[in-house]
Design a protein around this ligand. Structure first.
Ligand SMILES: Cc1ncc(COP(=O)(O)O)c(C=O)c1O
Length: 417
């Protein structure tokens, strides 16, 4: 059965989703735990999990029950304030801190509002930014390291460039980063925090992807953000994003309202999911299965002389391929084995990635390695491979030793893609 959704071009948008080698969306008809079912009845293992937002697994019983109750009107109403909203605000403050909390439907909307609020509060025009913050055009830069028309400077996680801008911080309202824990380590965060503290510029931690991903709180001890944003690990895929932090910097959020603010199923999904994520148990479960899979995949690729390595840990990891050709062959072989990966980006096992599922996944990735054996023995991973891999997952530069001149060369190469 084929469903040629893209052919008619009825949909004006081209949403990010798993696609085949021709760019056609892959279609799935059901999901349960870590597995998806395609229209032919084939079962895939999901490592994409709705771009990392399904953290408890597909069709989680407890979340489904809470949503069903709310949909029947038994847990507040969309018309008005409800006790569920108070619970959610309390939970968020306990887990992530902050003087005040704001709620949104998407990470994109949250980031835009936060950036505008902080810029107004600080009355300065420039925001230094690294990492993806959503599709909003305000973040789009035609070139790196200089301001776009909205005052956004893309510094691509390069600490030399950050230091250059922070040497005269008068114009800088804030630094916003999307933390990464695959290609940036302790050294990077320590130096970043030193630079921003010395310049006395507030940090906005866009933890949409990594907040609550690794444990029951924000991901990065070494950051001391004035404002945080979390989203993907909040509601097992339901549309909820949250912001918190300094009341003065977030004063502009008073203007924010939207029709679905009190929509009870989204609030129910969030309170139910957050209660579990706050314990750290789903993160520990996903990590255990994920770590096992990573170790197995790494050994399988090494044993078959396939030039692919893995970055990160079981909570969030990435396949780093020698080059694009290896990557394309890897994705084709993985699809043939029913392994659904977020191509070129990070993989995010859910709590449903149990030991049993990990066993199944290890068998499948072993067969992927066998299928690729002997095809790429003339290649190996290079510095370029690691920079390209990092660029795909964090939209910036891995923290690897380089000169300022090399930075410009690497950026010139990667920016074009
Ligand atoms: C770090 C980060 N910030 C912001 C966003 C935008 O969130 P949303 O897709 O919910 O609008 C994303 C989405 O992937 C993200 O990873």
């Amino acid at each position: 059965m084929t469903i040629d959704i893209g052919a008619g071009k009825l949909l004006a948008q081209e949403p990010t989703c798993p696609r085949d080698a021709h760019g056609r969306p892959r279609v799935f008809v059901a999901g349960s735990g870590a597995y998806l079912t395609d229209p032919d009845g084939r079962r895939w293992i999901d490592f994409d999990n709705a771009r990392g937002s399904v953290t408890l697994g597909h069709g989680d019983e407890e979340v489904a029950e809470a949503i069903a109750r709310a949909a029947r009107g038994a847990a507040g109403v969309g018309t008005a304030w409800s006790p569920v909203l108070d619970s959610l605000l309390g939970q968020l403050q306990e887990v992530c801190g902050g003087d005040v909390i704001g709620l949104f439907r998407t990470g994109t909307a949250a980031l835009r509002s936060v950036a505008c609020a902080v810029r107004d509060a600080r009355d300065k025009p420039i925001i230094l930014s690294s990492g993806y913050h959503g599709y909003d055009p305000m973040w789009h830069c035609d070139e790196a390291f200089s301001p776009n028309e909205h005052g956004i400077v893309e510094f691509l996680f390069d600490l030399d460039v950050l230091a250059e801008w922070l040497a005269s911080p008068d114009q800088v309202a804030a630094v916003v980063i999307s933390p990464d824990h695959m290609h940036l380590g302790e050294r990077w965060y320590t130096e970043f925090t030193r630079l921003t503290r010395e310049a006395d510029v507030p940090v906005i931690a866009d933890e949409v992807k990594v907040g609550l991903r690794y444990r029951g709180g924000l991901s990065t001890d070494l950051l001391d953000p004035a404002v945080w944003i979390v989203a993907k690990c909040l509601a097992n895929g339901s549309p909820v994003a949250a912001v918190g932090g300094d009341a003065h910097l977030l004063a502009g959020l008073e203007e924010v309202s939207f029709t679905s603010y009190f929509e009870p199923t989204a609030l129910a999904a969030a309170t139910t999911t957050l209660r579990r994520m706050a314990t750290g148990e789903p993160q520990r479960a996903g990590r255990a299965g994920g770590d096992r899979f990573i170790a197995h995949a790494r050994a399988a690729f090494a044993g078959a002389s396939v030039p692919i390595d893995l970055a990160g840990n079981g909570n969030l990891f990435q396949f780093v391929c020698a080059d694009d050709e290896v990557q394309d062959a890897f994705h084709a072989a993985s699809a043939a084995e029913g392994l659904l990966f977020f191509e070129g980006d990070n993989q995010t096992p859910s709590q449903a990635f149990t030991a049993e599922v990990a066993e199944d996944a290890c068998g499948r990735i072993g067969r992927v390695a066998e299928a690729l054996a002997g095809r790429f023995t003339d290649r190996e991973l290079t510095e370029d491979s690691w920079y390209a891999g990092a660029w795909g997952a964090m939209d910036g530069l891995a923290d690897r030793p380089r000169t300022r001149e090399q930075t410009n060369e690497i950026v010139a190469r990667l920016w074009e893609d």
